[in-house]
Design a protein around this ligand. Structure first.
Ligand code: GUN
Length: 280
């Protein structure tokens, strides 16, 4: 079975749109997302363009604040303070990567946790790890929603996550632990990645290497979630060798049309959550 992330994202966006429309009717206010974009790195430009487009479609106001590549860290920090204090702003997102003169850690730490739609602030990371309510990073949240569409109860499943980034691997592990999975994280320094992948009932791959996971790395009856977005000879491919693997497994996400659309839908979901939390 091929998991239709595009369709699932559409369903989620439709629910978000409905809720925003209801709220607008009641209080005459809508969520607002501020995006900080530094430089002109093409993938970031594309991501931000999509985030703005999809925000608009569900009724979220968005504002892109652009800076040149050589902007000072101080200027970005000043803008974040301003956005933190602005009661009209529901969510703040600083698109990554940032140029080297800007300390990512300082930026992430300054965004108010209640406006941190990416879920990268240590308060949100800590709450997620503690099993408390947290704003959850959009990509792993999207992955977990797709997995739950295939399998409602994940108790006792062996989940293997390939990649240990703060964006994907680590929060994905926390989400799957919450679902009572047995979780293994493998990464570039793991001794035998293939042997670990072969144990997976659920395999989430976010390592950024095209066609990294092959057919003989996966179990029949497993669920494969491919987070990779790699450009190879002008084509976008994932981290899993899709054409071969799809024949063997129970369910797999395609690239494109799998995790990608869910990531943006989850950003809209997080923005709405931040907006609602502010109303209480
Ligand atoms: N760059 C690539 N993915 C992401 C993301 O999810 N959030 C932000 N802020 N930057 C990114």
């Amino acid at each position: 079975m091929i998991i239709d992330g595009k369709k699932e994202a559409e369903i989620l966006r439709h629910e978000i749109k409905k809720e925003i429309s209801l709220l607008k009717g009641k209080i005459n206010k809508v969520p607002s997302l501020s995006v900080i974009l530094v430089g002109n790195y093409t993938p970031s430009e594309i991501y931000v363009k999509n985030k703005v487009k999809k925000s608009k479609e569900v009724g979220i106001n968005s504002d892109v604040i652009r800076y040149p590549d050589d902007v000072s860290e101080k200027e970005i920090l000043r803008k974040i303070i301003e956005l933190n204090e602005d009661s009209e702003v529901s969510g703040i997102l600083v698109q990554l990567p940032l140029p080297k003169q800007i300390n990512k850690e300082k930026i992430i730490n300054l965004i108010h946790p209640s406006k941190d739609v990416d879920g990268f602030h240590p308060i949100n990371v800590g709450n997620l790890a503690s099993g408390y309510h947290a704003i959850t990073p959009c990509t792993p949240l999207g992955c977990s929603l797709l997995i739950k569409k295939i399998e409602k109860d994940l108790t006792g499943k062996h989940a293997v996550i390939v990649g240990r980034s703060n964006l994907n691997g680590k929060p994905m592990a926390q989400l799957l632990l919450k679902e009572n999975c047995t979780v293994t994280i493998v990464h570039s320094k793991t001794k035998n990645i293939k042997a670990e992948c072969l144990k997976a009932d659920i395999l989430v791959v976010a390592i950024g290497v095209p066609n990294f996971v092959k057919k003989d790395w996966v179990k029949e009856d497993s669920i494969i979630i491919d987070v990779g977005i790699n450009k190879v000879e002008n084509k976008i491919v994932g981290d899993v060798k899709f054409e071969d693997v799809k024949e063997k497994v129970k369910a797999i996400t395609p690239v494109p049309g799998g995790v990608g659309p869910m990531t943006i839908a989850c950003l809209l979901k997080n923005t709405l959550e931040c907006f609602k939390a502010r109303l209480i």
